[in-house]
Design a protein around this ligand. Sequence first.
Ligand SMILES: [Zn+2]
Length: 660
Amino acid sequence: MQARSQSGQTTDEKATPSKPFTYIIDEFADIKVMRYRFETWQNLSLNQKHLIYHLSCAALWGRDIIWQQHCELNLVVRKALEKALTSYQGSRTTADWKEFETYCKRVFFSNGIHHHYAEEKFFPLCSREYFVSVVASSFGKEKPHIYSEQIAEYVYNPEIAPIRRQSDKSKDLVASSSVAFYKGVSRSEVEQFYQKADQGDSLRPISTGLNTIVVKTEKGIEEKVCRKGGVYGRWIEKIIEHLQAALPYCENEQQKRHTELLISYYTTGDLKTWDDYNIAWVKENEAAVDYISGFIETYLDPLGQKASWEALVDVKDYQATKRCELLSQNAQWFEDNSPINPIYKKEKVVGISAKVIDAVCLAGDNFPTPPIGINLPNSDWIRKEYGSKSVNIANLAHAYEQAAMESPKSVLDEFALTDEEKQRAKLYATLSNDLHTDMHECLGHGSGKLLEQTDQNALKEYSSTLEEARADLFALYYMYDDKMIELGLVSDKQVAMEAYDSYIRNGLLSQLTRIQLGKDLTESHMQARKLISSYAFENSDCIERVYQNNKTYFAIKDYEKLQKVFGNLLAIIQDIKSTGNYAKGKELVETYGVKIDPLLHKQVLERYQKLNLKPYGGFVNVDIVPMRNSAGEVIDYSLEYPESFVEQMLRYGREYSFDE
Ligand SMILES: [Zn+2]
C-alpha cells in the first residue's frame, strides 16, 4: 500500500479544549458511553471535508434502517421517547423520571428495545402508569390517550417481541425472533424458498437473500428487496442523495467508480452490482478517506443469510501508517539482529504494511458499538480473486484504553503495584500499545523461517499459540532496544518499561478476569501472554511476586535482564517452529500457557468484581458542522466533540428521520 504523504501534517498538534478532554461522557445500566478523538481534522483539505461530510450524512440517514431491522416496533417506541424527552413539562428530578430517562438511553444505545448484546427485551424500572402519564402529557392533544397506552403495551408486555434473534434451537428461529427479515413465515418455509432460489454463477455466486426480506402474501412466499422504491426505500433514497453529493469530492477515479456502483446497487438492489461494487472498492487503496455502506454482516439473522445495514466513514491514520512503514523499511535490520539461531533467519525479509484508520462516523449496526478491526468484503470468491481490505481502527482502540484509565476504579489501579507504574501507564500506554501491535504485526509474524524439511503443520493445535507468542516476543525484545530510540519511535526507555509492566500485569493477572473460575485459558493470544509471562517469572529473578494487603502483584525488578529472558524464549520458540518440534512446543504451552492457579484466579476475580466496571461500552460520534459565509455557501467545517449522548440521539432523530 502506497500511503500518500500530506504536507504540513503535524499529528502531535492536538486541539486544546477549554477543559481537559474526557472520554467517558455518560454511564447508565451496564453501559458506558465514550467519545473517540479525531485528531487530524485540521490537516484535511476542504475537498476531503466535503467528502467526509456527505458520506457521514449518507451514513446517518441509514440509522432508522437498523432500528427497523431489529424489530418493527422500535421506531414508533423511539418517536414516543423522543417526544417525551423534548416536551415533558413535569418534574425531571424525581426517581421515576430518572428511571424513565435511563430506559430511553438504553433504547438509544441498543438501537431498539432489546439489549444490544444479550438480545433480550429489557424493561423500564418506572411504573407503567408513570410511563403512560409521561408519554400522554408530552403528546398533549396531538395523540389520543390510547396511543400512549399502546406504546406502554409494546414496552412493558414481556410476551411482545421477547427476543431479537432467537438462538434456542428448540424454537422456530425465524418465527420467534423479532428481527424484521421475515414476516409471517416459518423457518422451514424460508429454507424451502431458498432451495429453489437462484445463486448465480457457481464459481462466483451472488450473496442470495442478503438484502431482502421474506414475506407471506396472498400469492405465496416472496422476497422483497431493500432498495430505492422498495423496502426501506425512503431512507435509501436519502442515502443515494448524499452519496451523489459526495461524488464530486471523491479523491480519485476508482473511488468515484465504486461510489457510482454503490448508488446503482442501492437503486436496483441487484446483487451482481453489489459484487461489482465490492471488487471496485477493494481495488481502491490510495485515497485518505474511505467508507463502507450497505447490508453487509449477517450476524443478526437467526439463519445467517440476511444482512444488517451498517456504515463507517474513516480516514487513513498517517502517523500509524508511517510508523509501520518505518519499521518495515528496517525489517532486515531487525531480522539480522534478532536473538534467534542464525540458520533460522531470512536472508531477505519483507515487512508487512498494516492499514490503520481513524473512524470519523459510525452508523447503522456500527453505532454505537463498533468493531475495532474490519476485514471486508465477505464474499469468498471476491476475497480469493481480488483480496480484501483489513484495517484496524486506531482512534476507537485508543478511546477504549483511555476510558478504562479514566474510571475512578480501574483495572490499572487495582493490579499495578506502584504509583510509578500507574503513572508510566497513564503517560505511555497508548504509544507502547501501538508500537507493540505494529512490531507484532509488521515484523514479528513475518520474521524467521522454517528449515527446508520442516512440515508447515507440524505444531498442529499448538501452532497458533506459539506463533502469537513468537510475534509478541519479537515486539517485546525490540521494544527495549536502542534501535527504537535511533529510529525516533520513542525518546527513552520509559515506553519499553511501560510495555513490560503492562504485559506482565496482563499476562499474570488482569487477563484472568475474562476467564470463569475453574476454566483454563483456551484462546491463543491469551495463552501466549500467559506463557511468556509465566515463563519469565519462573525462569528468572527479574519479576517479583508481592503479597500486600491480601492482594497479589507482580513487579519487575530488572527490565534489562527481562529483555534478555524474552530474547532467550524467542530463540527457543523460533527453534520449535523452524524444526517443527511438536513435543517441545506442547510442553511449553501446557506448562506455562494453559493452567491458572485457582487461588490466584479466585482472588483476581474478586478484586475485579469490586471495581464494579460497566461491562459494555459504546461511542457518540464526532459532530461535523458546516460553516457558511453570508451567501450561505459552505466554506469550511468544524469538528466538535458532543457533550451529551442524549443530545446527539435527539439530534439524529430530528435530522435523519421522517415524521410519521
Ligand atoms: Zn498475531
